[in-house]
Write a protein that binds this ligand. Structure first.
Ligand SMILES: Cc1ncc(COP(=O)(O)O)c(C=O)c1O
Length: 310
C-alpha cells in the first residue's frame, strides 16, 4: 500500500507553535537558545544511547503526575547505576528554571534527559564517563493536533517484537529506542501511522510509542505489562477504570481479539488517549475506534490531570 502522506499524523503530532523557534534549553544548569544548545560528541547518550528520559506535561504551572515520573526516572537510573547527580527537588528546580526562562506555564511538553555523561574515549565502558551526568531539558509549547481525536490512528502489526526483560527491559525509558524506531519504520512502510508490537509469544503488547488498550463488550483489556513501558498514563487509565467500575483486565490477548474490538485506544503522556481507527487495514468498531468507554475514560483522565495540577 503506498504511504498516504495526507494522513501522516502520529500520536505525537503537535499543533505548530511559532514560539518554539526561540525556546531556551537547559543544558547542565545553563539555559541556551535552541540553536546553541549542544552536548559533546563524546556524550554517552549520543554515542551509545546510554541515558534515561521522561516526557511530562505542564498545566497551570504544575507538572502532571510529577511523583510518578520521578519514581520511574530514579528507579531506572538506579537500575543502571546512573547517578543523576541531584535529588527530586533538584530536578524540580531545574524544571522550574527552564519553564521560567521560557515564560511557560500551560500546555507545555517537556523531555527531560539524563545521560551517563561525557566519555574520555569513544568506547562503551561506563567507567569512561568521568565528569558526571549530562542533563538536558527541552520544553515546548505543545498541544496534540486537534484532528487526531476525530480521525484516529492507523496501526500496522510489525515484525519487530518487544523483547524479554533480560535483554533490554522495556521498562527502561532509555535514550536508545532503536527497537521502537525500527517498529515505527516498519509501520510507516506498511502505510500506517504507528506500529502495533507483539510480545515474544505473539500476544498483542503495545505500540512503538504508546500503550495499547481495547474494549470488548464493556470490558477494557490491556497487555499484562510484562513487555511494555510501564506508562504513567497506562496506570492512570487502569486506576480510572477501577474507580469508575469499568471492568479492566491486564491479560494476554491476540490479534483476533484486537481486530474484533468495539473500541481501541492508545495512551501516553503527550496525547493522553488517542483512538485507534484501524489495525492492519481493518476498521475498529463502528466509530473510528471511539465509543462510550473511551469517552468516559478520556473525560475522567482530563479531570484527574486537572485535579493534579491545580
Ligand atoms: C514505548 C513507550 N510506550 C509507552 C509510553 C507512554 O508512557 P507514559 O504514559 O508514561 O507517557 C512511552 C513514553 O515514553 C513509550 O516510550
Amino acid at each position: 500500500m503506498p504511504h498516504d502522506t495526507q494522513h501522516a499524523e502520529t500520536t505525537h503530532s503537535a499543533e505548530d507553535d511559532p514560539r518554539n523557534a526561540d525556546i531556551q534549553i537547559y543544558v547542565d544548569g545553563v539555559l541556551k537558545h535552541r540553536d546553541d544548545a549542544k552536548v559533546s560528541v563524546y556524550d554517552s547518550g549520543f554515542m551509545l544511547g546510554d541515558g534515561m528520559w521522561e516526557g511530562m506535561r505542564l498545566y497551570n504551572g504544575k507538572w502532571a503526575f510529577f511523583d510518578e515520573h520521578m519514581d520511574r526516572l530514579f528507579d531506572s537510573c538506579r537500575a543502571v547505576s546512573l547517578d543523576i547527580g541531584m535529588d527530586r527537588a533538584g530536578v524540580a528546580e531545574a524544571l522550574r528554571m527552564t519553564a521560567a526562562a521560557n515564560g511557560m506555564t500551560h500546555d507545555v511538553h517537556c523531555r527531560l534527559m539524563v545521560t551517563r555523561g561525557v566519555k574520555i574515549h569513544p568506547f562503551q565502558h561506563p567507567k569512561l564517563s568521568q565528569s558526571g551526568p549530562t542533563m538536558v531539558i527541552i520544553m515546548e509549547h505543545s498541544k496534540p493536533v486537534s484532528t487526531l481525536q476525530a480521525k484516529g490512528i492507523r496501526l500496522a502489526t510489525v515484525p519487530q517484537v518487544r523483547g524479554l526483560p533480560m535483554s533490554q527491559d522495556a521498562k527502561y525509558n532509555s535514550h536508545s529506542k532503536l527497537n521502537c524506531v525500527i517498529a515505527c519504520l516498519q509501520a510507516e512502510q506498511a502505510g500506517a501511522d504507528e506500529g502495533l508490537m507483539l510480545d515474544p509469544h505473539g500476544f498483542v503488547n503495545t505500540t512503538n510509542a504508546c500503550n495499547f488498550f481495547i474494549v470488548r463488550k464493556g470490558q477494557v483489556w490491556t497487555s499484562t505489562g510484562d513487555y511494555c513501558m510501564n506508562g504513567v498514563t497506562r496506570q492512570k487509565v487502569i486506576d480510572i477504570c477501577k474507580s469508575e467500575g469499568i471492568p479492566v483486565f491486564e491479560r494476554n490477548f491476540s490479534l483476533v481479539d484486537a481486530y474484533g474490538a468495539d473500541e481501541a485506544f492508545l495512551t501516553g503522556t503527550f496525547g493522553a488517549q488517542t483512538p485507534v481507527a484501524e489495525i492492519d487495514g481493518r476498521a475498529i468498531g463502528t466509530n473510528g475506534g471511539r465509543g462510550p468507554i473511551f469517552q468516559r475514560i478520556r473525560d475522567a483522565y482530563a479531570a484527574l490531570v486537572q485535579a493534579n495540577t491545580q
